[in-house]
Design a protein around this ligand. Structure first.
Ligand code: C2E
Ligand code: MG
Ligand code: MG
Ligand code: MG
Length: 293
């Protein structure tokens, strides 16, 4: 369990910039071993369409099941993996695993569901990125319209000058593009009109206090209004309660994701949920299922 985590955990997984060269090598070795030994896996969190109540997508979230230290959340090792340039290898593994899983859901006759993959800036702003995506799509046979990439504002704005060309290259393949953690990055919004984005994901920090904090509510309303006038869909992250959901619904938010509808779960649990909420089976809409949990 995380509690019994070995001493190394704190050394390796902290944000300490003074991590010694030896510690870095230690972590890199652990990450390599993790890839080779299958210690990584993905959980998936449902994304719900407010209008239909159905699951239109799932976000793939990386988990590391460390043999001694137990389950290590992504926030504890991804920043270090980025720092040491190892995120490309991990990122490719994630992309492949997510696309394979999505293809398998399709093959098993479930209604189409899109898989959203988090892409770090170190991955995206690297010359071979598009080739990697093409390779994975070809190897897995996934319909590119069933893949969404989640990029942060900093990834898009701190990158090389050809960011927009890369985005267009992805768009022409039919891949969907979302901005993750929206609202936490930059004060300039002008990039939104140049980039071929499909969806804004409002950061959880604005959703968390939306019922009690009028400032957060005003920010969320403004994001929704702006997104809609730019022709983008809006998803609210981190919805935990019914009153938050109702408020977001009233304000015209298109989509939601959060513990209220389901924590990140195994692929099997996703499949069970998709079967249960498939309209063809005439069962209860997802909201009712979520509440019954
Ligand atoms: P994110 O992409 O913004 O993902 C959403 C995070 O919020 C997830 O944490 C999810 O479990 C959590 N969450 C979802 N709904 C709720 C809620 O209702 N309440 C609360 N309190 N939390 C909620 P997680 O899985 O720990 O991931 C953290 C971050 O790690 C992600 O933030 C993402 O930035 C990064 N990450 C995860 N998987 C990957 C990956 O495969 N590649 C890269 N580059 N980054 C990843
Ligand atoms: Mg995300
Ligand atoms: Mg986010
Ligand atoms: Mg995040």
């Amino acid at each position: 369990a995380a509690k019994d985590a070995g001493r190394n955990v704190y050394r390796f997984y902290s944000d300490d910039m003074n991590r010694s060269a030896q510690d870095r090598r230690g972590l890199e070795d652990s990450l390599r071993r993790a890839l080779a030994n299958g210690e990584f896996y993905l959980d998936y969190q449902p994304q719900i369409d407010m209008h239909t109540g159905g699951v239109f997508g799932v976000e793939a979230l990386l988990r590391w099941n460390h043999p001694e230290d137990g389950l290590i959340p992504p926030g504890r090792f991804i920043p270090a993996a980025e720092e040491m340039g190892f995120i490309r290898r991990i990122g490719e593994w994630v992309m492949r695993a997510a696309c394979l899983q999505c293809r398998a859901w399709q093959e098993s006759g479930l209604p189409p569901v899109r898989v959203a993959v988090n892409v770090s800036g170190h991955q995206f702003n690297q010359p071979g990125f598009i080739d990697m995506v093409d390779r994975v799509l070809e190897d897995t046979g996934l319909d590119p319209t069933l893949l969404e990439l989640e990029l942060t504002e900093s990834t898009l704005l701190e990158g090389a000058r050809d960011t927009i060309m890369t985005l267009i290259d992805l768009k022409v393949r039919g891949i969907h593009l979302a901005i993750d953690d929206f609202g936490t990055g930059y004060s300039s919004l002008s990039y939104l009109k140049h980039f071929p984005i499909d969806r804004l994901k409002i950061d959880r920090s604005f959703v968390r206090d939306i019922v009690s904090d009028l400032d957060d509510r005003a920010i969320v309303e403004a994001i929704i209004a702006m997104a809609h006038s730019l022709g983008l869909r809006v998803l609210a992250e981190g919805v935990e309660r019914e009153d938050e959901l109702e408020l977001l619904r009233e304000r015209g938010c298109d989509e939601v994701q959060g513990y209220y509808f389901g924590r990140p779960m195994s692929a099997r649990d996703v499949e069970a949920r998709l079967r249960a909420s498939s309209p063809a089976r005439g069962t209860a809409p997802l909201r009712l299922i979520a509440r019954a949990e």
